[in-house]
Every structure is written in structure tokens, then in C-alpha cells.
Ligand binder design. Structure first.
Ligand SMILES: O=C(O)CCC(=O)C(=O)O
Ligand SMILES: [Fe+2]
Length: 397
């Protein structure tokens, strides 16, 4: 196996998705955690882990000054100040998130500099620059590389190949900024590396969040509120606290709800992503959302084009519809089939995807396609999924 190969030792042992109860969140250094170990102990089992040493050689180490604080001057030099960036106001609620707006990066940096200079910490209406596509907006500025553990990333593989919006972000927030209680988009994984500063995370394993729902089924916005802290106690809600310091990376598994606070001025790099280990979670989440749409517009089910209309609603509510889900699987499967059939190499960032990993990926795609085929009532998509299953069968058998 070459040094930069993303490879697993065995694919047969992962025939069915497996989950495991966790007692605590473990911590590793990259020198003691191979790709296969990460895959086997955390990614397949959908368990969080804290990893040290990932960012040691990243260019964005320059974003830290000699006092271990944010190096604002360096940011001003490197980053285009006129670009518009997404801003959340942590003091204002809009539906189930913070109120969003945009401002120029230069104006945000001025705001942050003023905040740092104030002795009195006024924590009302704090502004948080989040979900910022800096990598895409300044592609020549290579401030980090995707860690090998997270390189099997079908979402960004597809988005980059098709040149559509990716899910690679930077977060910058003054001390006191925070992200409300949520699970990630599409039920995807995320990873987050702290460049500078400290974050506090509270994690709930999947389904534990149900104990916090109100009569209408709504989840809390802020689990710090006294009533939720009491509920967590009374209902014995399992939760884990993780303190993430500069240089540490958190792996956030699928469907684990979490809330996050910046305990200091903090900058992180985050990706949302999925792959063969959690593709069934993505499909289950799309399908559940589709069922919600069906229930919502049940009274129109006899109208012409009802199925297409459901898909439109799914795309606008959830961000993914059946067609796009199948497109992603087709794109990823085609890349893996080329590796196995034509001995092509597939480079994912700087790492080569191994043969056994490619087989594992195709097995996961086939498993989810079989379910897709039985549940999808759109004839053209049924046909395409069946054709892809046959193509995979020819190579895997
Ligand atoms: O750092 C934050 O404020 C939120 C990060 C997050 O929710 C994630 O990476 O999934
Ligand atoms: Fe998240």
C-alpha cells in the first residue's frame, strides 16, 4: 500500500451497517490512528472521536499570532476584504437558526478587531461568520488540505466534479458566539478542525434528542436553557461534552445532535460529507423527508404531476431530491468502476483510493440502490437505478 493510499484491510466484514454504544469520546494523535483504524473504529460505527496533529503543517497556522491569538493582520493580507461573507447574529432567532445576513469580509474583521479591543465583553448580538466557502471563493489560497481520514467524501467529490456549491467551510467567531442545537444537513458527517481558539461541544447519540421534543415534536433551539438542562437530567438523556482546543479535530457522526460554543475567539475549518459508511443515513433522511412532504400535500394527490411536485418540494425543503441522490451515486460508482475495470487511479485530494475501498464503496452503493429501487415510484429513476445495480453486479461478482 503506498503511503498516501486510502485503503481498508477488509471489506467483507462490513456487509451490514453496524452501530455501537459509546461510554466516552476517545482522543488520538494522527501518528497512532491509521486510516483503517479510523474507518473501522469510528466511521463505520458512527462514533465521534477527537484527533490531534492534523493541522500541524497547514498554511493557516499563520492565522495564529505569537500569543496564540487570532492574527488579524495576516488575515487582512491574505483574504480578499471586498468579498461578501455569510454572517449569523447570535442574539436573534429566525425560524430554527440565528438570523443570517451578509457583510464584506473587511467589515467583519473591523468588527472583530473592535470586539477584541473592548474590555467590557458585550455578548448581545454577537456576529458569527459561518458556513463561509473560502476555499471556493479563493481557490488559489491553499490554507489547508483535507485530512486523509475524511478524503472519502462523495458529497464534495460530486460537487467539485459538477462545479456546484460545495460543503467546505470556514467559521470565524468572537468569544461567546455559538451554534444552536442541530444535526447536520442531509444527516451527513462533519469534521471540524480548530485553527485557533477553543470550542465546547455537547453531543447526543442518535434518538436521544427525541427525549427533548415538545408536544408538537419540535426540538430545543438552545439546550443550555434551564428547562432543557432539567429535562436532560430527569429523562437521563445521554450526552457527551467535548472541549476542542487549537489544533484538534472533531469527527461528528451522522444524526448525532450537537450544540457548539466558542469559548474564545475561534477559527475552524469544517466540511460536511458522506460516503459508503453513512450513505444509508442520507437515504433514510431523504426518504423520511419525502414521507413528510407526502403527508403535507396529501389532499392534492390526484392532481397531474403530483410526484414531480413532491420532488420539487423535497429539493427546496431538504436540498436533495431523488434525482440528485441518484446522480451522486452514479458519479461515485462510475469513478469506482473505472478503478476496478480499467485500472484507472482515482485521486481524492492527495490520496489514491485503494481497490478494496472501491469494492466497499460499490457494495454500499448497491445496498442503498436496492432500497431506492423498491421505494422510488418514479419510473425513469427506477430504471436508472436498476441499470446501475446490474453494472455493479457485473464487476463485483
Ligand atoms: O463550530 C460551530 O459553531 C458549529 C460546527 C458544527 O455544527 C459542525 O461542524 O457540524
Ligand atoms: Fe453541525
Amino acid at each position: 500500500m503506498c503511503e498516501n493510499e486510502i485503503e481498508i484491510e477488509n471489506y467483507d466484514k462490513y456487509k451490514e451497517p453496524s452501530f455501537q454504544f459509546v461510554a466516552k469520546i476517545e482522543e488520538y494523535h494522527i501518528n497512532n490512528l491509521s486510516y483503517n483504524d479510523f474507518f473501522d473504529r469510528f466511521m463505520v460505527k458512527n462514533i465521534p472521536v477527537l484527533i490531534n496533529g492534523i493541522a500541524d503543517r497547514w498554511e493557516c497556522q499563520n492565522w495564529i499570532d505569537s500569543s496564540h491569538l487570532v492574527n488579524i493582520e495576516y488575515l487582512r493580507q491574505k483574504i480578499d476584504k471586498t468579498q461578501n461573507v455569510p454572517i449569523a447574529n447570535c442574539g436573534k432567532v429566525y425560524y430554527n437558526s440565528h438570523e443570517k445576513s451578509e457583510m464584506q469580509f473587511g467589515a467583519f474583521v473591523d468588527y472583530w478587531t473592535n470586539k477584541m479591543q473592548q474590555n467590557e465583553c458585550d455578548s448581545t448580538n454577537l456576529l458569527y461568520l459561518k458556513d463561509w466557502h473560502l476555499r471556493r471563493s479563493q481557490p488559489d489560497y491553499q490554507f489547508y488540505t483535507t485530512p486523509i481520514y475524511f478524503a472519502s467524501d462523495w458529497l464534495n467529490e460530486y460537487c467539485v466534479e459538477k462545479r456546484i456549491d460545495d460543503y467546505r467551510f470556514v467559521y470565524m467567531g468572537p468569544k461567546g458566539t455559538w451554534t444552536p442545537f442541530h444535526a447536520d444537513v442531509f444527516s451527513s458527517f462533519s469534521w471540524s478542525t480548530n485553527i485557533v481558539g477553543t470550542k465546547k461541544w455537547i453531543f447526543l447519540p442518535p434518538q436521544e434528542e427525541d427525549k427533548l421534543r415538545d408536544n408538537l415534536g419540535n426540538l430545543p433551539f438552545d439546550i443550555d436553557e434551564e428547562k432543557y438542562q432539567n429535562l436532560i437530567h430527569e429523562k437521563n438523556v445521554r450526552s457527551f461534552e467535548v472541549i476542542q482546543r487549537a489544533g484538534q479535530t472533531v469527527f461528528v457522526p451522522s444524526g448525532w445532535h450537537h450544540q457548539v460554543w466558542n469559548l474564545e475567539d475561534t477559527i475552524s475549518v469544517n466540511h460536511n460529507w458522506f460516503n459508503g459508511c453513512n450513505i444509508h443515513c442520507i437515504w433514510n433522511a431523504i426518504y423520511a423527508k419525502y414521507k413528510d412532504v407526502l403527508r403535507e400535500i396529501d389532499d392534492c394527490k390526484d392532481m397531474d404531476g403530483f410526484d414531480e411536485h413532491c420532488q420539487l418540494m423535497l429539493k427546496s425543503d431538504f436540498g436533495l431530491d431523488f434525482q440528485m441522490f441518484l446522480d451522486i451515486l452514479e458519479c461515485v460508482a462510475t469513478n469506482r468502476l473505472k478503478i476496478l475495470q480499467m485500472s484507472c487511479e482515482l485521486m481524492l485530494n492527495e490520496s489514491k483510493l485503494g481497490r478494496k475501498h472501491s469494492i466497499y464503496d460499490l457494495m454500499s452503493i448497491r445496498r442503498v440502490l436496492e432500497d431506492f429501487y423498491t421505494k422510488c415510484i418514479l419510473e425513469n429513476l427506477q430504471k436508472s437505478s436498476q441499470a446501475l445495480i446490474l453494472e455493479i453486479n457485473q464487476v463485483l461478482r
